[in-house]
Ligand binder design. Structure first.
Ligand code: SAM
Length: 301
């Protein structure tokens, strides 16, 4: 009874660790507690059919730390202070899917290109244009957007076009890789031929984003659940692909409500085509661009 872990399990209802195939049992109560913690902190929902995924990912991290009881690991990730925060970041990296690629959804990039041409051609002599790559994982999306913007801007050499892309993600390790801007050279295949000069070979089988493009892109940590804060910076274009799918519909709606507060007048929101179905918003008008899920902020709001 003096064992704090035992007392903790009784308080939280977390099951006792009973080894099976080397992995401690992960009962329904364990699933409920861990999935609720994940949803509360990141918005990500893990449906009960994916209970084994949750168990395996947590367990793989626990084994690295030499822990054998879920309750001990719970104690660590929920601890106040730096230790708890760092460990939570490690776990989030295991539980989030960072799949991405350059120019992942062609129709959306075509729309970005059209939008930028329109904005740049109709701009007065000076234009400030900001793009946000929301949940950019390891950065390929943000770099792709910067390549499109840079190519568009080259058509208007007489204008002063200050354009920039900010890429954010909740995974700190993904953001660290994005900042490096170094990728396997096999990724070159997914980059349109006319954009390939934005990458140069470095070392064996690696490519790196060239310096002039790096000046256009910045990366940072951002949790989409924290969008409720005042929108101090506003964007002309928000590109949000393949992240809303991990949230419940209720959370998706809340995130979208908040995201549009970050749009400038006439700003464009481009979502992944399967990110949400039947979404309408009184402040947004759906764009007719084929095979995209894109909206513009109404100019009378
Ligand atoms: C599948 S990747 C999408 C990457 C890129 N947008 C694309 O379409 O190729 C999903 C990303 O969403 C991030 N993510 C998950 N929950 C998040 C949250 N609460 N806030 C910000 N990013 C989150 C993950 O870390 C992951 O990098």
């Amino acid at each position: 009874m003096n064992d704090p872990a035992c007392q903790f399990r009784q308080e939280t209802g977390m099951s006792s660790p009973v080894s099976r195939h080397g992995i401690p049992d992960f009962g329904d109560e364990d699933y409920r507690l861990w999935s609720e913690l994940l949803e509360r902190r990141t918005g990500i929902t893990v449906p009960s059919e994916r209970k084994t995924f949750l168990q395996t990912k947590i367990w793989s991290r626990m084994s690295e730390l030499g822990l054998s009881r879920f309750s001990d690991y719970w104690d660590l990730v929920t601890r106040q202070g730096v230790d708890g925060r760092l460990e939570w970041a490690q776990l989030v990296d295991r539980l989030t899917v960072h799949e991405t690629s350059f120019f992942r959804h062609k129709p959306s990039y075509e729309l970005v290109q059209e939008t930028l041409h329109r904005a740049f051609s109709s701009a007065p002599d000076i234009l400030h244009y900001r793009i946000w790559s929301v949940s950019c994982a390891t950065g390929e999306e943000a770099w792709s957007l910067a390549m499109v913007a840079d190519q568009c801007a080259a058509n208007y050499p007489q204008k002063k076009l200050y354009y920039g892309v900010i890429g954010t993600d909740v995974s700190r390790s993904a953001i660290a890789l994005a900042q490096q801007g170094i990728y396997d050279s096999r990724h070159m295949e997914s980059i349109p031929a006319k954009m390939r000069s934005y990458l140069q070979p470095v070392g064996k089988n690696l490519i790196s984003v060239i310096a002039p493009l790096r000046k256009r892109v910045a990366f940072g940590y951002f949790n989409l659940l924290n969008l409720e804060a005042a929108a101090t910076v506003r964007y002309d274009l928000i590109y949000c692909h393949n992240v809303l799918i991990y949230f419940s519909r209720e959370t998706r709606l809340k995130i979208l409500d908040n995201l549009i507060r970050y749009l400038k007048k006439d700003g464009i929101l481009i979502l992944g085509p399967t990110d949400i179905s039947a979404w309408q918003h009184p402040k947004m008008v759906r764009l007719p661009a084929k095979r995209t899920l894109s909206y513009q902020l109404k100019n009378d709001v």
